[in-house]
Design a protein around this ligand. Structure first.
Ligand code: NAP
Length: 309
């Protein structure tokens, strides 16, 4: 244990807390998990509270909180924590709207605490190598292909289909968090979003971006892909064809693997959060969220077959 671990509370105990946050924190000497707040979920061996307010009242020594509930329900909890002068780690996507996260950023600064808008896919092992490769090339075009099976990864999660749940952009924003880190700045020029007739969020999206230099970038998102899953970013360059696959875990150029290692995204996220807390800064990049907002703003809406779990 570090001599001065950050005393952390975790809020919204569900799938991602159990799958990733708790295992990462169990091995991280920079933190001591001291409390949890959730309406139903519980974390063993620490005090649990039904709300963040009850947790903050009962455990004043808390220094930071990780907010892991779905994005539509995160702003009020974040505001409560920041006003109480706690550092805040936001799961991705950081909020349901761009402006609410801007507000949180200002609130963190006004209260002298740190805000971290985490993007776990950005910490996939081959992402930095892809960024370095692309910076050494002339890119001709790029394509983002993110196709997965919603029934496998999000069984019975109703919030994800509700307004603010983002639909297929919930995984798609992971792709955008990588793309905005490795590709030149870009903006959406056209989009089509496929909404099942019984759902408020899209099940597929077809998006075209361009950079100010006219570089074309396409994005295909599909939530009905069974069998092999595709989480790939491709780029045609003057040094060959780059394929960043496996959600950022493997990099190949012209078919030759140049970087591959096991993922450690959440340990890396917590390392980064500790860094910004100790440095007294915030890390809030809204580019991925802005692109999702733009796709909803500019996108043509297609109505497609109803979706049932
Ligand atoms: P989840 O299990 O459905 O939700 C997490 C917890 O949030 C729930 O167990 C629930 O706990 C609480 N919650 C749900 N609705 C709420 C509401 N209306 N008000 C307050 N709390 C509510 O979702 P998840 O899969 O963990 O995803 C949570 C976040 O993590 C999302 O932003 C998602 O994009 C991100 N994420 C998920 C994954 C993944 O594989 N699932 C991967 C990376 C990131 P209580 O009922 O106990 O309050």
């Amino acid at each position: 244990m570090s001599s001065n671990p950050i005393k952390l509370g975790i809020v919204g105990v569900g799938k991602i807390v159990r799958d990733q946050h708790l295992p990462a924190l169990a091995k991280d000497q920079d933190y001591r998990l001291v409390a949890a707040a959730s309406r139903h979920g519980k974390v063993e061996d620490i005090p649990n509270f039904p709300t963040i307010e009850a947790m903050l009242d009962a455990v004043p020594e808390l220094e930071a909180v990780s907010l892991c509930m779905p994005p539509q329900f995160r702003y009020d909890a974040a505001r409560t924590a920041l006003v109480a002068k706690k550092h805040v780690f936001l799961e991705k996507p950081p909020g349901a709207t761009v402006s609410e996260v801007e507000d949180l950023k200002a609130l963190a600064a006004a209260n002298g605490v740190c805000l971290f808008a985490s993007w776990h896919s950005r910490y996939a092992p081959a992402v930095e190598a892809a960024r370095a490769f692309l910076r050494s090339t002339k890119i001709r075009s790029a394509a983002i292909i993110w196709k997965e099976d919603v029934r496998r990864w999000h069984p019975n999660q109703e919030w994800i289909w509700a307004p603010g749940g983002f639909g297929v952009f919930d995984p798609g924003i992971n792709a955008l968090s990588i793309a905005t880190h490795i590709l030149p700045p870009m903006f959406i020029s056209s989009a089509e979003l496929d909404f099942p007739e019984n759902r408020a969020s899209p099940v597929a999206a077809h998006v075209t971006f361009r950079t100010s230099d006219g570089l074309p970038v396409t994005m295909e998102l599909d939530w009905l892909q069974t069998g092999p899953q595709s989480w790939d970013i491709l780029a045609e360059t003057d040094r060959g064809k780059m394929v960043l696959s496996g959600g950022g875990s493997k990099l190949a150029v012209d078919g030759r693997v140049v970087h591959e290692e096991p993922e450690a995204e959440y340990p890396m996220l917590y390392k980064r959060f500790a860094e910004i807390v100790r440095a007294g800064t915030s890390d809030v990049d809204l580019a991925p969220l802005q692109h999702v907002a733009d796709a909803f703003m500019l996108g043509k809406r297609n109505v497609v077959q109803a979706f049932f779990d």
